[in-house]
Design a protein. Structure first.
Length: 468
């Protein structure tokens, strides 16, 4: 059973889900705290990555130093075996071979700017420098270890060739037969190593931010999904309660309609008999005829009210089939044409092109259209303008077929618009206030919507948007 979405429906839904806003608040607070935790963890991981990059520079220098020292030790051991100290030429050949070896090492690793060896007295024995870094050897005297310069084994200084770069002089002692043979100085380009570590740090930060973004998006999607489920559960719960309420109302309405119709039928029959008897008597006057006509008119209004209330309250059962809307509109227009002509109202039919066939209950849709046409006619009755017309038509939209009923009345005011679809509300004298609610319920029962708007040139347009 489909429940019309009226203001009463909204009130009922708000009432029956009492306490759910508290759940929503807790959900929002939990999600906000979770987002804060994600932010704190992300910030902490970025800080750890920054510290890791700084520590990684020292670890990289230490690793390069150990590797280069090992390579030099192996080369020295190899030269010691090949060259004897007894040959004077070897004293000249030894430094040259070592410098050639150092040049090869430096060519393979641009992070090491220079390598040189000194003895314990502070004399440079052999050296090797990167191409373009020859000026750096001017700083070697300040780096030598001696009795006069008891420096630390790791010293940082600015480059002479490029002052923007920072170098680290790392000293490693080399021993032979447990005796100090000489000190080896390694000059590392801190700036180059830091830049490469910075690139790794940026890559890690991007991965951290990407992971945090993915987790945040998943959390937000989960939040929206939970809110959607909660709203849907509230709607289903409200519709179930409204369905129960309408079912009870339908039972009561059936009994009331039966109890009201029977006495009204008897009263109407008696009035007809009285009218027939009085018509043959001399006391029957025009005033008495008018009074009897008014009484019968009120009886018909009460019967119509009972019938409409029964239609609204009864569970709606759709008997759907494919229907051609222009045919339905023609039938409704035929029913209303004579009444409109009596009031000087012109009923105009205007249909668009395309497929105007929909799946629906023909009788119920005809009832909804008839209610809207009756409202349109009554809106024009007290209109003072020269144009008195109703435009009834159907046209094809995007994924829907739209039926429109336009009148040239005075439009709907702001105060009236708030109560337009309220049950039993009517701005017309003698109105039941059931025409629009019934039409809305029929339309929404078809999974469609009923809309209205004031026209710029005057009057109101009601439109039924039926899904194809």
């Amino acid at each position: 059973m489909v429940v019309p979405k009226t203001k009463d429906h909204k009130f009922l839904r708000t009432r029956i889900v009492k306490g759910k806003p508290l759940f929503n608040r807790h959900l929002y607070i939990s999600s906000a705290l979770f987002l804060i935790v994600i932010g704190v963890v992300t910030f902490s991981l970025i800080q750890l990555a920054t510290r890791w990059a700084k520590e990684r520079v020292n670890l990289e220098i230490e690793g390069l130093s150990n590797y280069a020292k090992e390579q030099i030790e192996n080369q020295i051991h190899l030269l010691d075996l090949e060259l004897t100290k007894d040959n004077p030429d070897n004293q000249i050949l030894y430094p040259r071979l070592m410098e050639e070896f150092l040049d090869e090492m430096l060519a393979q690793n641009d992070q090491i700017v220079y390598i040189f060896a000194q003895d314990s007295s502070g004399v440079v024995i052999w050296k090797g420098l990167q191409i373009g870094s020859e000026l750096e050897q001017n700083y070697f005297p300040n780096l030598l270890l001696s009795s006069k310069n008891s420096r630390r084994l790791k010293v940082q200084f600015n480059s002479i060739t490029n002052p923007a770069e920072r170098y680290t002089d790392w000293v490693e002692p080399l021993f032979s037969k447990n005796q100090l043979r000489f000190y080896v100085h390694f000059g590392f380009n801190n700036t180059l190593i830091s830049n490469r570590m910075t690139q790794d740090k940026k890559r890690i930060n991007r991965q951290i931010l990407l992971a945090a973004s993915v987790v945040t998006i998943i959390l937000l999607l989960a939040l929206f999904y939970i809110l959607w489920l909660l709203k849907r559960a509230q709607m289903i719960e409200a519709e179930a309660h409204m369905a129960d309420r309408l079912a009870t109302l339908g039972t009561v309405a059936t009994g009331l309609a039966h109890e009201i119709r029977n006495p009204l039928s008897a009263i109407n029959l008696n009035l007809q008999m009285i009218e027939e008897d009085l018509a043959q008597s001399e006391v029957y006057s025009d005033e008495m005829k008018k009074l009897l006509g008014g009484a019968k008119s009120e009886i018909r209004r009460l019967e119509r009210l009972a019938s409409n209330f029964l239609v609204y309250a009864k569970p709606m059962k759709l008997h759907q089939k494919m229907i051609l809307l222009p045919e339905v509109l023609n039938e409704v227009a035929q029913l209303m044409t004579k009444e409109c002509e009596k009031e000087g109202i012109q009923l105009i039919r205007q249909d668009g092109q395309g497929d105007l066939t929909v799946l629906g209950d023909r009788d119920l849709l005809q009832q909804a259209l008839l209610n809207l046409l009756v409202n349109a006619r009554e809106a024009i009755l007290f209109q003072s303008g020269s144009t008195r017309e109703i435009l009834l038509g159907v046209h094809q939209g995007i994924g829907q077929v739209v039926v429109s009923i336009k009148n040239s009345g005075n439009g709907i005011g702001e105060e009236e618009s708030r109560k337009l679809f309220d049950l039993f509300y009517s701005s017309k004298r003698g109105g039941t206030g059931l025409g629009l609610p019934i039409a809305q319920r029929i339309v929404e029962g078809h999974g469609s919507r009923l809309e209205w708007k004031n026209q710029s040139r005057g009057g109101v347009e009601f439109s039924i948007h039926l899904a194809v």
